[in-house]
Design a protein around this ligand. Structure first.
Ligand SMILES: [Zn+2]
Length: 308
């Protein structure tokens, strides 16, 4: 072997070893992400979903919403999560209604917070017994399971698991008749100087449909939406997040308007949807869809825990 050949052979060997090490590191990082996201149980969340729908229609101000809220609070307390209440009276086209946002707090090493949010009220649909399994039920069930997962581990960031009341219109969706809970909480936190604490708001809405198809909600903050879709790619969930841009008016808007980076993970497409029909019942929901979204959110949180 000439000197040149020896050098070339050595360089090739070093190259092979370097590629091997990078591959091993890639597999290790991937295995770590899979382990991090495995804790979210779609099955457990589905049990909460079933329980919530059994309370019947749950519009803002109703007795059945109160019963659903008591159930949610029992689950949060069992997870050892601190509960904040945010009661307020909303002026609606059908009169004054007492509403209540509920916030489960999981304290981290820093007060910097990520708000994970969804609504727990259901639309009131005239002449129909609308139980809102996906729309109102799934977001609340999702947050309950997230509370169990986050309270069991050590976090750097603090988590505010926020259950909004009064997302739905009481009469007809308009700027003044919708998003009562989120409008109220955004204003209240701004008044208390607490809005700056929130690094990111991740909103979920309608995340249990058996034909899960989540688009890229186009009011959302680009860097945060990018982080969510990076998690989707890492986990190989592209078929559930087809990703085309689509705008949705939802509880993130009052926070976006006040400069809080926000993303809405929402399954709302105009085609073949059970949205606001009596077909939005538990038989059209699946534990697997809840798991998929749970894992995507946990992978995104892992990134925020490193950088946020
Ligand atoms: Zn709705």
């Amino acid at each position: 072997m000439t000197q040149t050949t020896k050098v070339a052979t050595t360089l090739i060997l070093i190259g092979i070893l370097a590629i091997g090490a990078a591959e091993i590191e890639r597999y290790r990082a991937h295995a770590e992400i899979l382990a991090t996201v495995a804790g979210f149980s779609g099955e457990r969340a589905f049990k909460d979903l079933r329980q919530l729908t059994q309370f019947g229609p749950r519009p803002a101000g109703s007795k059945d919403l109160e019963r659903a809220r008591a159930y949610m609070e029992r689950q949060l307390a069992a997870a050892g999560v601190e509960i904040w209440h945010d009661p307020f009276v909303a002026e609606t086209p059908v009169g004054k209604i007492s509403m209540m946002n509920v916030i489960g707090v999981v304290h981290g090493a820093t007060p910097r917070a990520v708000m994970l949010a969804g609504h727990y009220d259901t639309a009131s649909i005239a002449g129909a017994r609308f139980v809102g399994a996906n729309d109102g039920g799934s977001s609340a069930a999702f947050l309950l399971e997230m509370a169990r997962v986050l309270s069991k581990r050590k976090n750097r960031l603090t988590y505010w698991l926020t259950f909004f009341d009064g997302e739905e219109a009481l009469k007809q969706w308009s700027a003044d008749d919708c998003l009562y809970g989120s409008r109220h909480l955004a204003e209240k936190l701004a008044g208390e100087g607490k809005l700056d604490q929130i690094q990111a708001l991740i909103l979920v809405d309608m995340v249990a449909g058996w034909r899960l198809n989540i688009l890229r909600e186009s009011n959302s903050t680009t860097w945060l939406s990018d982080a969510v879709f990076r998690s989707v790619r890492t986990l190989g969930y592209g078929k559930f997040f087809s990703g085309g841009p689509f705008p949705v008016d939802d509880d993130h808007l009052p926070f976006l308007a006040r400069g809080v980076p926000s993303v809405d993970i929402v399954d709302l497409t105009p085609f073949g949807s059970y949205h606001h029909t009596v077909q939005d019942s538990i038989d059209k929901c699946s534990p697997e869809s809840l798991s998929v979204v749970g894992r995507v959110v946990l992978a995104t949180l892992a990134e925020l825990e490193r950088t946020g």
